[in-house]
Design a protein around this ligand. Structure first.
Ligand SMILES: [Zn+2]
Length: 396
């Protein structure tokens, strides 16, 4: 039944287009004949529709909608509608038919070419889309900013990060997009992609330069800070790495769980674990993430033994109950319990552990996509920086 909607919308579009065309057309002897033709087309289209032949119905309706200066916008809307409903080949036909019309106004011609490029992207014909968008860009047309946005999509899909960054830089020169955080975030992540490539080839200095570029787009980008800390760590600049990791804790506290591992490694390298423990203890009252509690309990265990860690966890869990915290507490308590209780506690710990591991750890705050791993680009809505760690709330 859902697809019926599109045919009725097509019908309305055809009728609206025809009325618009008639209103502006001079009365002539041919008008009556054209009216007859158009209604004949409607009935043929309806017949196809009723016989459940939707493709033929769409073709007939499109044919019935005469292209003239008054119906161009209707055709554009129709093309976009067909594409959204997955009829990309039909959308391409509509837009190509529009472009073939001689004397098409420049503004409409640009809009139509842009729509055709989007059709090509939807159909996976990225080379064709790129050629068309570049043409629009070179002509300096009024839709060039939209063309840049779609070129970024293409280059990101093809992992051509340098080209994607160039397009973002160009787009950010426009007064309308200068403060567009989504474009800035995308450009920063594109720089991070290049940084990761350079790090794989051990080109630390060049990787550091790339991170500077990422920060020029978005200074609060968590991934860029994590990569910078990683580079500093590789270069043996542990204090600089700690500074960058602490910056993440301040600017993006929800990402604290990503910071704890490298932070512990850096403090170990400079042999200053008490300072690390102090940092975590100071973080604890304002930090809702249970990973800080677990890291701290581990530090207490190594410094003062199991008993002290059990006491610390007990105190914390009484105030803020947490399943992950309980698993950790059971791990510490099981070896101390007698054999019968220990076996039951062991079973309980395994069950809770299984339950916790099944839960998603990250969620996209744009489309709701959930996962166990952290993705910087949401695989579902294709937006950067929207996936955040799910903080374990009290009682979870
Ligand atoms: Zn998403």
């Amino acid at each position: 039944m859902d697809s019926l909607g599109i045919y009725f919308l097509l019908l309305i579009a055809v009728i609206a287009g025809w009325i618009l065309g008639r209103l502006s057309a001079p009365k002539s002897s041919t008008t009556v004949q054209e009216t007859k033709d158009i209604f004949a087309d409607y009935f043929v289209g309806l017949n196809y529709l009723l016989n459940d032949e939707p493709d033929e119905a769409i073709d007939t309706f499109i044919k019935a909608l005469e292209i003239n200066s008054d119906t161009v916008e209707t055709h554009l809307a129709l093309g976009a509608l067909l594409r959204r409903r997955g009829k990309v080949d039909k959308a391409i036909k509509v837009h190509q038919a529009l472009l073939a019309r001689p004397g098409l106004d420049k503004l409409f011609s640009d809009s139509t070419r842009l729509q055709l490029a989007i059709d090509y992207i939807s159909a996976g014909l990225l080379d064709r889309a790129e050629r068309l968008l570049k043409e629009i860009l070179e002509e300096g047309s009024s839709v060039k900013w939209d063309a840049l946005k779609h070129l970024i999509t293409i280059y990101q899909t093809e992992k051509e990060w340098v080209k994607a960054i160039e397009c973002s830089s160009q787009l950010l020169t426009s007064s309308n997009h200068k403060r567009d955080n989504e474009i800035r975030a995308a450009a920063a992540h594109n720089c991070c992609e290049l940084t990761e490539q350079l790090l794989r080839d051990n080109q630390n200095a060049k990787a550091k330069e790339q991170i500077k570029k990422a920060f020029a787009f978005d200074r609060k980008n968590v991934r860029a800070s994590l990569l910078l800390a990683q580079i500093e760590q590789r270069l043996g600049n542990f204090k600089a790495a700690i500074k960058e990791l602490v910056r993440i804790r301040t600017n993006n506290p929800e990402f604290i769980s990503q910071v704890l591992g490298p932070l512990a490694e850096c403090y170990e390298q400079i042999q200053n674990m008490p300072e690390y423990e102090k940092l975590l203890t100071n973080t604890l009252p304002e930090e809702p993430d249970v990973s800080v509690v677990l890291a701290l309990s581990d530090l207490v265990k190594h410094r003062a033994g199991d008993e002290a860690a059990i006491e610390f966890l007990n105190n914390y869990l009484t105030r803020k109950p947490s399943l992950t915290g309980l698993v950790e507490l059971l791990k510490l308590q099981i070896p101390r319990a007698d054999a019968a209780v220990s076996s039951n506690l062991n079973l309980l710990q395994q069950m809770i552990d299984k339950l916790v591991r099944k839960k998603p750890a990250y969620q996209c705050n744009h489309c709701g996509y959930e996962s166990r791993s952290l993705y910087w680009l949401c695989p579902s809505c294709q937006k950067w920086d929207k996936i955040k760690p799910i903080l374990e709330a009290g009682g979870a």
